[in-house]
Structure formats: C-alpha cells, structure tokens
Design a protein around this ligand. Sequence first.
Ligand SMILES: [Zn+2]
Length: 343
Amino acid sequence: MPIPKPVLPKDRQPSLRTQTHVALGERLAAVLMLMVGAALAAFATGALPAAAQSYEPHTGQPAVVKQVASDLYFFYDYDGSNSVFLVTDAGVLVIDTREHPRAGQNLIERIRKVTDKPIKWVINSHFHGDHTYGNAAFQAAGATFLAQQETARLMKLVQPKEMARRQDYFKEHNYDPNEVKLILPDVTFDDQMSIYLGGREIRLMYFGPGQQPGDTFVLFPHDRALFTPGAFTSHSMPNMAFTTSVDNWIKLLDKVAAREDYDVILPAHGDVAHREDVRELQSMLADEYATVKGAVAKGTTLEQAQQTLTFPQYKDWRNYTRLKSEIKNLYELIQNGKRSYFE
Ligand SMILES: [Zn+2]
C-alpha cells in the first residue's frame, strides 16, 4: 500500500506545518456502527439546530456523469451532492461518496461503466453526511480514505446530528438508515498533501475554515481542474451554521479565484463552474456578512433583522428561502462566537 508523501508547497512559509497521520491499522476501530438511538435522542430533545432546515424542493433532474477531461469525470446530481473520479492505469481516485451506501454503490456502478480498475483512494471533502455516508460501499470495494484532520474530528463529533438531519432523505429514497456506517479516514492531512496515482498528481489543499472547518480543495494539475468543497457553490446562498470564520471564508475564496492553475471548477454542489462564479459568491458573502454585522452593531434584534434584511438582490439565488435561518446562524456567530452544531 503506497503511503502518500506530504508535500510542502513552494509558496508556503516554512513555519507552516504539514502533517500526515496514518492509521491504517486502526481501520476496524475507526469503523463505528451508526447509533440510531443517539440520533433519535438528538431528534427527540430538539437538539436539531437551524442547520437541519431542508433544502429547496427537488427538481427531479436526473444525475449524470460528465467527462471533463480524458481521465476525469464529474458525477453531477443537482438535487443531491456531486462526486468526482479520476481514472488512471494504476486505479481510480474518488472525491465524495454521496449520502447513503446505496447511493455510493450506484456511483461505483457508474464508475464501472468507465473502468474496471480498482478504486484505490476516496477523499471526503468535508464532514457532511451527503459527502461521506456512501463510504461503506467504497470500503467494501477496498478503498483507502483520506480527509483533512478537522473533517475527521467533526465526522465523529456530530455523527448523531448528521444522521438526524438526513432522515428525510433516507425516507424519500427508501434507504435504511441502519446501513449507514461512520467510516473515518485512514489518512489525514493538515495544510496540503499530494497523492501520486498512475503518474498523476492529485493535490489536496486546506486554506482554513470556509463553509466549515476541514473544507478541502483538490487540484488535478494535469487537467487544470479544481474540485471545490462546501465553501463554494455557484449562485447559491450558503448554509451559515458551520463556519467558524466568515472572514477567512471570504479570504480563501479570493485566493481561489486568483489562482492560475485551473480553468474549470468541479463543485461539491451545482454544475461545473468557473472563477467568475467564485468572485460572485465572494462578493455576496462579503455583502451579507457586512450587512448582518452592521445590524448587530446597531443593536438590531434578531427578529427585527429577519424582518428587515431581505436581500432582494439575491432573490434568484438557490436557497434564498433559507435566508431567515442563515441570518440567525450569523447572529449566533457574530454575537457570541458560538457554533451550536458542534456542541
Ligand atoms: Zn453537501
């Protein structure tokens, strides 16, 4: 089993740490069975935060696989979550596994239509269940799991809450929640790590918290393609329940938009995008954050803010209907630095 070499980026301060932690031997210990009891308890005690609010009604648009380069494929599910897979002579690397082992299995079947090479690596781009709950299918296929260390920590910490807020999805698809297993990464990294597979470099990068701590960007330099995690969705109002620093989030979007090593963006949600879309989200976030911060500074109550801050300029954005709960989530962060989802 090849162990990835941590690679220090040339443009980084030498004081910045890059660290990998390999825990292959602990894989069995790391596989925790879902505790339905705990999930139901969270449900019953009303521990579900505003983050649990459901997404917009589904469009019924079927999921498709788009080939974006000779060896790179984008699984695009507008109503759900996306995945990416790279096919090389030495095997396959996958980013994100969808929201249930059966959905993960469906993704494997789509990969099998392209290649019969073994699935070697799975990257989980952030801790949300819609990007990690298909892991069991990929574990059965023999993959090794990778994630940023904050993602590993949060996957474990909020497992009951993640399960609780995904019950509607399971019901809607007739999936048994008991089949979901928490499968934690075998390998974690801190700032940056490169994997080499079939002569290709796959570069994992962490720029600090975006939509949440752990948000991992993945660059395929040879294809000039960049996978983006929860921190970026084109023309969509983000969920504000998980970020620990909107300032850092805005900064990292600026950094991503300024990079010159990609032409195409493959996001965790939404269709193929481009750097202009990153700029657009960055200015929306900056505007939303400054406006809500201004309201807090003036002593506006949460209820008043929810009534008066209607941001009509974003009416046509996806998830605009969640605005009231996003204002509440921002109030929580701005007023007391709290992230109740992680408590
Ligand atoms: Zn998601």
